[in-house]
Design a protein around this ligand. Sequence first.
Ligand code: GTP
Ligand code: MG
Length: 463
Amino acid sequence: MPLLNHDPIIAIATAPGRGGIGVVRISGPDLQPMVARLFNKSLTPRHAYYLPFNDDAGNAIDAGIVLYFKGPNSYTGEDVLELQGHGGPAVLRRLLNHCLRVGAPFGLRHAQPGEFTQRAFLNDRLDLAQAEAVADLIEASSEAAARSAMESLSGAFSQRVNALNERIIHLRMLVEATLDFPEEEIDFLEKYQAAETLQQLRDELATLIHQAKQGMILREGLHVVLAGQPNVGKSSLLNALAGDDVAIVTPVAGTTRDKVVQQIHINGIPLHIVDTAGLRETADEVESIGIARTWAEIEKANVIVHLQDARYPGHELDQAITQRLPAQTPVLNVFNKTDLLENHGDVASAMGTPRSQSEKQSLYISAKTGEGLDALRQTLLEIAGWNPGAESPWLARQRHLDALHNAAEHLAIAGQHASQDDQVLDLFAEELRLAHDELGAITGQFTTEDLLGEIFSSFCIGK
Ligand SMILES: Nc1nc2c(ncn2[C@@H]2O[C@H](COP(=O)(O)OP(=O)(O)OP(=O)(O)O)[C@@H](O)[C@H]2O)c(=O)[nH]1
Ligand SMILES: [Mg+2]
């Protein structure tokens, strides 16, 4: 995406489809001449006008509200014109094409995805984390996610990052000043309590990382894969969690052939539940393709629910499945069909020792009666690292988390330099600089054109 192109741009800003109102939006460095051509008059900024939208021959396309914002007091920081007409796809397309024709002499062109927000970023109306929050707010699938996206958009996350960064700069300034006066170098750490300050910075960063992780879960959701032998009730469990008949359930082993994905929310956290083909040896060609897909899904999972029949704990096929599950992914052993059991103790005694530290839990449920499903929901959130008591987080992206982790690493190395006997202050200062750059990348102080292109191209058109 060209970054320094100042052509006026246009897009339909409202969602495709039919609605009460549809908005066509134009942004450019100077829209006055185009406004004059479109409406045969000049418009006072921030006044609402009710005007006819006529084509070149004077025929009415629509009529509606027109708002003109004079830059820099607009979303993009440029002049912005908003035409609010009726929200139908054909009428909006006609309006858009009419504007493109009238605007052609001024270089008016279609906006690329996210280009309005990109201009807002380049004109310092938003920092990069806020710009990302615009897309996240639009994408938010739960109220909790929308609330957190709004927190980020209002700058809460950026402020925390900037405040931390200012303290890092301050410490670095002190070190650099000391470097200019080598005779004072020896007592630098004591004089400025540098070690304590560094520790405080590291603690603050650790808190930020924890909160960013929560924000990531809220934004991305979790991929939970239901895996197990045929007929243990995976599809029944998916349906029970979804509260809907999403997957086919029959007493026939090998019913599910392809994966079925359903998004659900638990306390506002999105979970992508993946139902899979039951795992077993089979000569059936279609079924074996399904089973290969199950293993592919298992590799991608954030959490694996290994569903087993509570009546046959420790079944040899389940033991074989357990052996093949990836060791780095948390596994929840869930025993289904408890309604068919005399008592749960039968199962508990037959349970093996945990396979790994991550495999902490075993749960008993009945997809049929709903018993144990609440505990399962809560456990899934816990495994995901969701902390319901935590301060309402902002939404975060992998990019933010990576930058925070990198910054934490640089501060840790800085700590090592400071704790050595001969205190290597220039290396200490360099690590502070690197940490500072990492944090700066979150809000877009240091970014490459590639990164900006990647971020904004994932936006919808018209935003
Ligand atoms: N009594 C009882 N029956 C259940 C329960 N869960 C599932 N079933 C029954 O077990 C049978 C298999 O259920 P499914 O949900 O199709 O099992 P699955 O694991 O998806 O099976 P495949 O798709 O073949 O791998 C069906 O007859 C369900 O009604 C339960 O909790 N209790
Ligand atoms: Mg099934």
